[in-house]
Design a protein around this ligand. Structure first.
Ligand code: FAD
Length: 478
């Protein structure tokens, strides 16, 4: 009889190029995949309905892939700590496998579960799958410590040998009738909809959930868009980036599969320019890994600023201004367009994430953690490491050598949305205004009000002076 193996899917909602799953297959074909809808996470106050919907879409496809291979994929709405030991015992599992994560909550939970399994003499095997190079593999040469600056991290990361994609199981063995009865008694359920879980979101994803859509997009991006990536990635009105962030967050696609594709593109061209574009994209993939390494080695980042003295920054935290920012009603067209994109699509272009984050922290002088949380409540690619890293970078409180960076919304729009296409798309009430007025934001208060738009809620220059003065005071203590 085949040994029964459990595979716990978490941030690896795919069948292809999944290290833990490939390793599990060495034990047996009878791999029972499962996912826990953890009530602790689902009931959090930073859950985006769009993200839940994306995740449910990935799970539906994953379950189908198990079934197509003859296997079983189970869903539980239960804390993994409760369900895993019971499942293993009642099904007489030989071993359980999962892939590791960097988030503090997951690491603590995994440690507890591992202890329970150890105490019960149950075999468990864990792997690093979601990163090209796991924490500990990219360390400074001088004293073997983690990097806190991206540049040198990238240079080390780039040089390390990369692993090739792992094979997916082509056939699996599912549960028999008796075992199915057991898992049903333990609470195995049909895949619920996001709405049934209390998360209603009716928007359209920039990229459909699941492994198939991610692989197709990877092909299209690499064949048609990558060649201009370095320039086009900065223009929010263009289809210039991969849109793979949510797929990477939920592991609907593996970083090795992506890397392999960049290797093929590299080998298919002799053009320096094309290769520069490939490098530019690889650098973004490395940012993702950098922030995950940072969170792993400095888990306190999840709670507050990396820089100690920033903890006492005198944020003004004006609730009304925060509300205006959230709703895209600050009177700064590029900021408002971006916030409306976020509210409607659950996604925002990277250039705009930087603009609105700078605006919240440096123009409105609002604690970056408010923005960080709002992003998590909206983004379907919302990811603790990347989001926290992006916000701390923008607030100048994080792991970044350049201390102070203030974005001027008008200059940003002039440079990256020169024809105001993006602004017009998201601010239909003022789409007929002159391009120049839209990008510079020079709209008279009377005009703004009569078009159903809003006059600027703060003066950028004045706020810039104010923020610099506050920052200088805080910096004196460093
Ligand atoms: P591409 O340009 O195609 O890049 C490829 C991949 O590299 C992305 O899918 C992503 O996984 C990774 N990546 C790119 N840029 C970054 C970056 N700066 N930091 C970390 N990873 C990066 N990204 C998230 O995935 N989740 C978040 O919650 C998130 N929050 C952010 C908050 C702020 C304030 C800022 C400034 C950035 C944030 N980012 C976040 C990073 C970045 O904006 C998105 O990853 C990117 O816009 C996704 O688009 P893409 O997939 O088309 O990216």
């Amino acid at each position: 009889m085949d040994n029964l193996i459990l595979f716990w899917h978490r941030k690896d909602l795919r069948i292809n190029d999944n290290i833990g799953l490939s390793e599990a297959e060495k034990y047996s074909k009878k791999i029972i995949g499962f996912f826990c809808l953890d009530p602790y996470i689902l009931n959090g106050d930073d859950v985006a309905p769009a993200r839940v919907k994306y995740m449910m879409g990935c799970l539906a496809e994953l379950r189908q892939k198990y079934q197509e291979r003859g296997g079983t994929f189970l869903i539980f709405k239960e804390s993994p700590k409760n369900i895993i030991p019971s499942l293993m015992k009642k099904l007489q599992g030989k071993a359980i496998f999962w892939n590791k994560d960097v988030e503090p909550y997951s690491r603590n939970r995994d440690r507890e579960i591992a202890q329970i399994l150890k105490d019960e003499n149950i075999e468990y095997n864990v792997f690093w799958d979601q990163l090209m190079h796991p924490p500990g593999d990219v360390l400074t040469k001088s004293n073997n410590s983690p990097y806190s600056v991206y540049g040198p991290f990238w240079r080390s990361w780039e040089k390390l040998e990369k692993r090739s994609p792992f094979f997916a199981p082509t056939s699996l063995i599912g549960l028999d009738e008796k075992e199915t009865e057991i898992v049903n008694q333990l609470g195995a359920m049909d895949l619920p909809t996001a709405e049934a879980l209390g998360y209603d979101w009716q928007g359209n994803f920039m990229l459909a959930p699941g492994e198939n859509a991610a692989l197709e997009r990877l092909d299209y991006f690499c064949s048609d868009l990558l060649v201009n990536y370095d320039e086009h990635r900065n223009f929010p009105a263009m289809d210039g980036t991969s849109l793979l962030s949510a797929a990477l967050k939920f592991g609907a696609i593996a970083p090795r599969t992506i890397w392999q594709k960049t290797v093929e593109e590299w080998e298919n061209t002799q053009s320096d320019e094309a290769r520069e574009n490939i490098t530019a994209w690889r650098k973004e993939l490395a940012w993702r890994e950098f922030y995950q390494h940072c969170l792993y080695f400095f888990p306190e980042l999840a709670q507050g600023p990396y820089r100690e003295h920033f903890k006492n920054f005198p944020w003004e935290n004006d609730e009304k201004k925060f509300q205006a920012w959230c709703e895209g009603k600050t009177g700064y067209p590029i900021v408002d367009a971006a916030m409306r994109q976020l509210n409607e699509t659950g996604w925002m272009h990277n250039r705009c994430r930087m603009i609105v984050a700078s605006f919240l922290t440096k123009d409105l002088i609002i604690d970056w953690r408010w923005g960080e949380k709002y992003f998590m409540q909206k983004l379907y690619d919302g990811d603790l490491a990347a989001n926290n890293g992006g916000w701390q970078w923008s607030a100048s409180s994080g792991m970044d050598p350049k201390p102070l960076r203030i974005f001027n919304p008008a200059s940003q729009a002039q440079k990256f949305d020169p024809e105001a296409q993006y602004i017009r798309q998201w601010l239909p009430e003022i789409r007929f205004l002159d391009t120049k007025d839209l990008v510079t934001g020079k709209i008279t208060p009377m005009d703004a009000t009569s078009y159903g738009y809003v006059p600027p809620i703060v003066d950028h220059k004045e706020q810039q002076r104010k923020f610099k003065a506050l920052y200088a005071q805080v910096k004196e203590q460093w």
